[in-house]
Design a protein. Structure first.
Length: 429
C-alpha cells in the first residue's frame, strides 16, 4: 500500500473540473494528502483536454516535466482517451480514460510498472460527495458523452456516446449538496437540452430540481445545443426565480454552408429565431456563445454571415476560437484549410464586433438593481469584490465581502466591459 501527497492539474472544461474534484475526494478518502504544490507531490495527476492543439501540447509538456522528476504521473481526461498507450512514451505511469477515472485510487494501489486503462468501466457519479470547506457552488453532471458528431469536435470520440443520468440520482445528489449549504449549482453536460433519462426530459428535470431545492438560490446549466432547444425549456427558465436566465447558445458559424459542413443541425434563420425567442422571454437575461473562425473552406462571405448574426443578436459574452484541426475529426481532412493569418485577422474583427454588441447590452443594466453572488475580491482593485448577477453577468461591487455572500446592488457604471455597482443591502450566507 503506497500513500503520499498528490497534486491535480486540470485543463479544459467544467466537466474536467468536476471529474478532478471527484478524484481528489476519492484519493483523500483513501488516505492520500492533497497538496497545491506539485514539488511536494509524490503523485501528479494531469486531467487533460484535447479540444484544441494548444491544450493537448501543454499537458504533454507538463507530463514530460514531472516524469523526469521521479513523480508517479497519471494522465486522465480527453487526451488520455484519445492517445491511450502513446502517453506512456511521454513518461506517464498510468493513463486512464474519461469513463474510468473513478478507478484511479485502486489502479494506483495496484500499480506495478506502467499501465493503461481506457475502456468503459461504467461511470457512476456519487450522490453523497462531501464538499471542500467554504465551497458554496458546485457542479452536477447530468449527462456525459455526445451523439452529435460536429465535424470539428473530438468530444464524441473522447467522451463516448450520450448518456443521461437517471433523474432520481441527480435529485438525490442535489439534495445532498443543498443540505451542505451550497447556494449555487451548475448542471453539466455536453448537450444538456437533449437530456432524457427515458422518463424525464430537460424541462422536466429543471422543474424537479426547482421543486427539490431549499437552500440553493441559483441553478445554472451548460452547455445546451441550439439544435435541441425547445420552447418548453425556455419557458421553464423564464418563469423561474432560481433557474438563471443565462443561455449559452453556441453559434460556431453564421453561414448555412459552413453550418452544414460542421454538421451543426440548424440554420442561420433557425438560430436567429431562437435568439429572438430568448430575448422576448428574458429581455434582461443573457445570451453567450462559441464561434469558430477559419473553418475549412470558410470564405469572406461566410465570415460576413457570422458577423451579421453577431450584429443582430448582440451577445452578452462570447468565446471566439481559431479553427484547430483535431485528430480523427472529419474536418481535419477537409480541403480548403484557411491560412493562419487570415484566421487571425477574422478573429480580431470578430472580437471587435462582439465587443460592440456587449457594450450596448451592458448599458441596458445601468441604474437597475439586482443581487450579486460574491465570488471573491476584484482582481483589479482589492477594495472591491467581484461576483455574478442572477443572469450571470460579472459585476464589481465596492466593499470586501465573503465569497458566497449575496449583495443587493444598483448598477452605476461600466469599466471596460464589466459592470460596476454600489451595495444596497448585504444578505449574509
Ligand atoms: S454538440 Fe458538437 S461541439 Fe458539442 S460536444 Fe457534441 S460534437 Fe462537440
Amino acid at each position: 500500500m503506497r500513500k503520499g501527497k498528490f497534486y491535480i492539474k486540470t485543463f479544459g472544461c467544467q466537466m474536467n473540473e468536476l471529474d478532478s474534484e471527484l478524484v481528489r475526494r476519492m484519493m483523500e478518502e483513501r488516505g492520500y494528502e492533497y497538496t497545491d504544490d506539485p514539488k511536494e507531490a509524490d503523485f501528479v495527476l494531469i486531467n487533460t483536454c484535447t479540444v484544441r492543439e494548444k491544450a493537448a501540447r501543454k499537458a504533454k509538456h507538463l507530463l514530460r516535466y514531472f516524469s523526469k522528476r521521479e513523480k508517479t504521473t497519471v494522465v486522465m481526461g480527453c487526451l488520455a482517451q484519445q492517445e491511450k498507450g502513446k502517453l506512456l512514451k511521454w513518461g506517464a505511469d498510468l493513463v486512464v480514460g474519461t469513463r474510468a477515472f473513478v478507478e484511479i485510487p485502486d489502479l494506483l494501489e495496484n500499480l506495478n510498472g506502467s499501465g493503461v486503462v481506457c475502456e468503459e468501466i461504467g461511470l457512476h457519479y456519487r450522490t453523497d460527495r462531501r464538499l471542500n470547506p467554504g465551497q458554496y457552488s458546485a457542479y452536477v453532471s447530468i449527462q456525459y458523452g455526445c451523439d452529435n458528431f460536429c465535424t470539428f469536435c473530438v468530444v464524441p470520440y473522447t467522451r463516448g456516446r450520450e448518456y443521461s443520468r437517471p433523474a432520481h440520482e441527480i435529485v438525490e445528489e442535489i439534495k445532498n449538496l443543498d443540505s451542505q449549504g451550497v447556494v449555487e449549482i451548475t448542471l453539466l453536460g455536453q448537450n444538456v437540452n437533449s437530456y432524457h433519462d427515458g422518463k424525464y426530459d430537460f424541462a422536466d428535470l429543471l422543474k424537479l430540481v426547482e421543486d427539490t431545492i431549499r437552500n440553493i438560490k441559483r441553478v445554472r446549466f451548460t452547455s445546451p445545443n441550439p439544435r435541441d432547444f425547445s420552447y418548453k425549456v425556455l419557458k421553464v427558465v423564464a418563469e423561474s426565480d432560481v433557474i438563471t436566465p443565462w443561455i449559452h447558445l453556441p453559434l460556431q458559424s453564421g453561414s448555412d454552408r459552413i453550418l452544414r459542413k460542421m454538421n451543426r443541425g440548424y440554420t442561420k434563420a433557425e438560430y436567429l429565431d431562437q435568439a429572438a425567442m430568448i430575448r422576448d422571454l428574458m429581455p434582461y437575461g443573457t445570451i453567450t456563445t462559441d464561434i469558430i473562425v477559419g473553418f475549412p473552406g470558410e470564405t469572406e462571405e461566410d465570415f460576413e454571415e457570422t458577423l451579421d448574426v453577431v450584429r443582430r443578436v448582440k451577445y452578452d459574452g462570447a468565446y471566439m476560437f481559431i479553427y484547430s484541426p483535431r485528430p480523427n475529426t472529419p474536418a481535419a481532412r477537409y480541403s480548403g484549410q484557411v491560412p493562419y493569418e487570415v484566421k487571425l485577422d477574422r478573429q480580431r474583427r470578430l472580437i471587435d464586433e462582439v465587443n460592440r454588441g456587449i457594450y450596448e447590452r451592458r448599458r441596458l443594466f445601468l441604474g437597475r438593481e439586482g443581487e450579486v453572488l460574491i465570488d471573491g475580491l476584484s482582481r483589479k482593485d482589492p477594495s472591491e469584490s467581484a461576483g455574478k448577477l442572477f443572469n450571470g453577468l460579472t459585476v464589481t461591487v465596492n466593499g470586501r465581502y465573503k465569497p458566497g455572500t449575496f449583495v443587493k446592488v444598483r448598477i452605476n457604471g461600466i469599466q471596460g466591459l464589466t459592470l460596476k455597482a454600489e451595495p444596497l443591502v448585504v444578505a449574509l450566507r
